[in-house]
Design a protein around this ligand. Structure first.
Ligand SMILES: Nc1ncnc2c1ncn2[C@@H]1O[C@H](COP(=O)(O)OP(=O)(O)OP(=O)(O)O)[C@@H](O)[C@H]1O
Ligand SMILES: [Mg+2]
Length: 462
């Protein structure tokens, strides 16, 4: 009797990729609820050459390994090149994640267009949109006439085409639409996405095709499907945007060939995404002489970002004055207001305090405390901050400033965005970057930050 192919039922977490034998309400890997989905896997295929036929392979020393220094492919989109670390590395696999409608297809079609114009072969595999839809977008963007296109969702067909055609660059839009008939599960499931990425990785490396995978992100911003995808690829780019603004930010969260500190800023226009080389104009710049505005150099995850913090302080007759923060933690705001009153001589007991972080961004980290305090102090005193200044540092309950984490990265970001001077806690280490005024206490920081020569129109509110 022939042995029957054994079908194994597994339960895989759609967030982190943890597999378990039976269904559980809570994923043992990441602790998320209701994310385990059933997957059928066929019997594991025996290794090439059959069982027991594995032969030991010869080893070599790194010195003997021959490589030609492969030139990077410029994508023709300078902001994208910058985030990639100077262009696409041939035969690499890049994952681009982003929320629906943020502009992933637009960005990559422009890149493919200029790659094709430079005489290389650029292929777009579209599983999400029809050829006609892509044509409409191409007509709007212009300059993408030489891009080759394939509307296909079957993984085997895509891989076979890549092996046959061997384009220089291939974009798969999106990896979640690819499916392999060999696996029992539905397109977009963990097993399918993992299989697709694994096979494309092999084709990319063997055929020398620089491959870009478009991936959707879940509500909390992770690329949908298993984290395993992020380990597999060489580079993970996140495309972020704010619904109310036309600008988009591209960041690398992982890059095997470059730094992850780079940031690309784009503006969405009718003619596609336009790079914004001077990003400081967008978030991190206050109007000179404006009362109640400060620039924070906050760390988002591991990456610094300059944000304008605005504050309004107004007299109130309420028994319990309001402290309203948009984009800042209310408890932190209450603490900062209390420290300002107790240790910096800015009593706000009879004033409403409003704080807003520009661009709808949320800052949760304590390193932004000082900028929030400076914005409130400026609003309360009616005096603007020194022009071109930014601040970071944590405020302690005693009024003493504590150095913030990763000061060098923040200063690097300040230098990148053209900040003239930074107010930071004493003990902040510097290596290059803009000049730093070190302050031990909040009172000193306010003295350094407020522009004494430019008294504003407002009066002290409290
Ligand atoms: N005519 C237009 N003028 C201005 N902006 C436009 C125009 N058409 C589309 N857009 C912008 O392009 C965005 C959609 O871009 P795109 O299709 O590249 O996004 P995506 O990230 O690929 O989305 P999906 O996840 O749905 O594939 C829209 O949200 C809109 O802001
Ligand atoms: Mg798209």
């Amino acid at each position: 009797m022939l042995p029957m192919a054994k079908v194994i039922v597994q339960h895989v977490c759609s967030d982190c990729g943890t597999t378990t034998g039976r269904w559980l309400g809570k994923c043992p890997g990441c602790g998320a609820f209701g994310t385990l989905v059933e997957e059928l896997t066929g019997q594991a295929t025996p290794p090439r050459g059959g069982r027991g036929a594995a032969v030991a392979r010869p080893l070599q020393k790194l010195a003997q390994v021959r490589v030609e220094e492969a030139a990077r492919l410029t994508t023709g989109v300078p902001e994208l090149d910058r985030v990639l670390g100077g262009g696409l590395v041939p035969a690499s696999l890049v994952l681009v994640g982003g929320e629906p409608g943020v502009g992933k297809s637009t960005l990559l079609l422009s890149a493919l267009g200029s790659i094709a114009r430079s005489g290389r072969r650029a292929l777009l595999v579209t599983g999400e949109e029809s050829v006609a839809q892509v044509k409409l977008r191409a007509a709007r963007l212009g300059g993408a006439d030489d891009v080759e296109i394939l509307a296909e969702t079957e993984l085997e067909a895509v891989c076979a085409t890549l092996e046959h055609e061997r384009p220089d660059v291939c974009v798969i839009d999106s990896v979640q639409t690819l499916y392999s008939a060999e696996l029992g599960s539905a397109p977009g499931s963990v097993a399918q996405v993992r299989e697709a990425a694994g096979r494309l990785l092999r084709v990319a490396k063997e055929q020398g095709v620089a491959t870009v995978l478009v991936g959707h992100v879940t509500k909390d911003g992770a690329v949908a499907g298993p984290r395993v995808l992020e380990h597999l690829v060489d580079c993970v780019l996140q495309f972020e945007g704010d619904r109310y603004h036309a600008h988009r930010i591209l960041r690398a969260t992982k890059n095997r060939f470059g730094s992850t500190n780079e940031l690309g800023v784009f503006e969405m226009t009718g003619a596609g995404l336009v790079g914004v080389p001077d990003a400081s104009e967008l978030f991190g710049r206050t109007q000179a002489g404006e009362v109640g505005a400060a620039v924070a150099c906050a760390l988002e995850g591991t990456r610094p970002i300059l944000l304008e913090v605005q504050s309004l302080v107004s007299k109130t007759d309420l028994a319990m004055p309001r402290r309203v923060g948009t984009g800042v933690d209310p408890k932190r705001l209450a603490m900062i207001v209390a420290v300002l009153g107790r240790h910096a001589g800015i009593a706000l007991g009879a004033a409403d305090v409003f704080v807003n972080v520009a661009g709808g961004v949320r800052i949760d980290e304590p390193g932004a405390d000082l900028a929030v305090a400076l914005a409130i102090a400026s609003a309360a005193r009616g005096v603007p901050l020194v022009e071109g200044i930014a601040a970071f540092g944590e405020i302690g309950l005693t009024g003493r400033l504590r150095p913030a984490a990763q000061a060098e990265r923040r200063l690097e970001e300040c230098a990148k965005l053209g900040i003239g001077r930074v107010v930071a806690p004493e003990g902040t280490q510097t290596r290059g970057g803009p000049p730093v005024t070190r302050a031990a206490t909040l009172r000193q920081a306010i003295a350094a930050g407020l522009d004494g020569r430019r008294p504003g129109a407002g009066e002290e509110a409290a």
